[in-house]
Design a protein around this ligand. Structure first.
Ligand SMILES: [Ca+2]
Ligand SMILES: [Ca+2]
Ligand SMILES: [Ca+2]
Length: 392
């Protein structure tokens, strides 16, 4: 019964998470700019960004894996490695557009073939000068900052160990806009008695303003003490507050009480957990922050599966527009959360509707991934769709 309720609720949420802007156009630049990017190979690439946003890529001083006439270099970090290497490490445009060239280190997520291999992998990363910033519970993965000085040697040593199955850029995910409401037929579900009573929805987002009149208490009666937002955690490098506003919007759409206006969320009786994984005023988060938030939502404060302290539904109106084969850390962690008994609802992105336009973690096999829908029952112009990228 509880499972059915969860699924009904998740279905409602799925209808609501209409999408948004995964990639935003770059603002016009005031002047031509020259930036330097150090790749995981240790090679330095100089890029001139013109005022119209176009880029000119230099030949590096040392031999490059390939001539970077485009924004993508060939993905080789030396011979003999056994681990999979994320293509984003060689996507020069992605690295610049997301500010990685401004860092003195390369943030990576290392995956291991199994949990037993994780301590050896973390130890090796630390021995090469890396700083371990997070160890995932849902999947065998560890987030590490590798100093740019000696990054090629560090990455080469890590890639060569059997304790590593993959090296991934600690990529950035962004908030997806959420539109919508009663249009999806929530009233039909309410008529069957489902209003989310007793259900906990973890909102992995920019935070939630728990003082908002729609979110401050379950019965919209200040005379009774019955908070709706039961947890507020911050896994970003900013503050727990919802500076950006997206998380509060999503939370209200999912579970807002309406405060007498009649504009309630889909599950007005549900509780909320605010799991802040997107920081700053722009709503951007690292993969490692989201892995940490997923651990908490799916496993609860005791970090163990199915002990009764977990969220029932996990909502992720966020994504990285990179279409993967579903084995990247974010998608793998979402699948692990579902395997741990949670219902996970993820937005699809809006690069579609063509093939291979789903972002991650929308590509996760077991997530309920939701595309966009307009209020006149046509698909929005560009909801992401299609299948994940296939292997081989
Ligand atoms: Ca209220
Ligand atoms: Ca109250
Ligand atoms: Ca638990």
């Amino acid at each position: 019964m509880r499972r059915n309720l969860r699924i009904a609720l998740a279905g409602l949420l799925a209808g609501l998470i209409c999408l948004a802007l995964l990639s935003r156009p770059s603002p016009a630049r005031a002047a031509e700019e020259t930036v330097h990017v150090t790749l995981i190979t240790g090679e330095a690439v100089t890029v001139t960004v013109r005022t119209d946003g176009t880029k000119v890529y230099s030949r590096p001083s040392r031999s490059m894996p390939s001539q970077p006439s485009s924004g993508v270099a060939s993905n080789s970090i030396g011979g003999g490695h056994s681990a999979e290497i994320d293509g984003l490490f060689f996507d020069i445009d992605y690295l610049i557009d997301n500010g990685y060239h401004k860092l003195s280190y390369l943030p990576v997520v290392l995956t291991a073939p199994d949990r037993q291999s994780l301590p050896a992998l973390a130890a090796l990363a630390a021995a090469t000068g890396g700083r371990v910033t997070y160890v995932s519970r849902l999947i065998p993965a560890v987030a590490v900052e590798l100093p740019l000085a000696g990054v090629a040697q560090s990455a080469g040593a890590i890639a060569a160990t059997p304790a590593a199955s993959g090296l991934w850029l600690d990529a950035t995910a962004r908030a997806d806009l959420s539109v919508s409401v009663p249009h999806i037929g929530a009233n039909l579900v309410w008529a069957n008695g489902y209003r989310g009573e007793g259900t906990i929805i973890a909102v992995l987002d920019t935070g939630i303003n728990s003082a908002h009149d729609f979110l401050d208490d379950l019965d919209d009666n200040p005379a009774t003490t019955d908070p709706k937002v039961l947890e507020s955690l911050d896994f970003t490098d900013t503050t727990p507050d919802d500076i950006q506003g997206h998380g509060t919007h999503v939370a209200s759409t999912a579970a807002g009480t309406g405060a007498g206006t009649g504009k309630t969320g889909v599950a007005p009786q549900a509780y909320l957990w605010s799991i802040k994984v997107l920081g700053g005023s722009s709503g951007v988060g690292l993969t490692s922050w989201i892995l940490a938030g997923l651990d908490y939502a799916a496993l609860g404060p005791d970090m163990e599966a199915n002990t009764g302290d977990e969220a029932d539904v996990i909502n992720m109106s966020l994504g990285n527009p990179v279409n993967t084969d579903g084995r990247d850390p974010l998608a793998a962690a979402v699948d692990a959360a579902v395997a741990a008994g949670r219902v996970v609802v993820v937005s699809a992105g809006n690069r579609g509707p063509n093939a291979s336009t789903l972002g991650t973690p929308g590509v996760a096999w077991d997530a309920i991934t939701v595309g966009a829908k307009s209020l006149i029952d046509t698909k929005r112009p560009s909801p992401a769709g299609g299948r994940r990228r296939t292997c081989g």
